[in-house]
Design a protein around this ligand. Sequence first.
Ligand code: PRP
Length: 207
Amino acid sequence: MDVLEVDHPLAKARLTTMRDARTDSAAFRAALHELTLMLIYEAMRDAPVRVERIHTPVARTDGYELANPPLLVPVLRAGLGMADQAHKLIPDAQMGFVGMSRDEETLKPTPYMESLPESLAGRPVFVLDPMLATGGSMKYTIELLVGRGATDVTAVCALAAPEGIRVLAESGLPVRLVTASIDERLNDSGFIVPGLGDAGDRQYGAV
Ligand code: PRP
């Protein structure tokens, strides 16, 4: 599996704000918004473009537009904090939604909602979720997408645990990962270490 770790001082600074336990919800959301722009920017680097001739006020030149914008799929709740920013960079993108919460005891994903186009054949898909921990939520989501014909999936995560990366790599699913950090490990409660805590709770409060 291709893994792109976005190694940039601006990304590291936003991630540091998110990791810091003193950061309040508003500042956490702001840092995630800005980090998302950077992750999407890098994730789109090799996206195919269509060339068209345009006129500037001075001359004719080549213009470019995205040939096949990805479907954006935030995983609720925490992925919602990435959705608007990804959409700002890719205004032509369509958006689907998957709702899932992880059982705190078993660490298994419990899906509660999905809203996706029927066919994803020929369409790249970007799954947005701040955290890849055990990988259970992301694997479940990608299986849903592949079930609808997707063959080109990018997981966009603020940070990822080696355990979750291994699960995706060994799944054989057609996925690559774009993340700002590969952290050390998971602890016994399934939290990423050093991590940032629970991205949903830190954005929206504990439920
Ligand atoms: C978090 C996170 C991922 C999932 C990662 O969501 O946003 O969706 O856990 O864990 P995994 O890789 O072990 O599956 P959570 O279950 O806390 O739900 P929330 O987004 O509603 O807060």
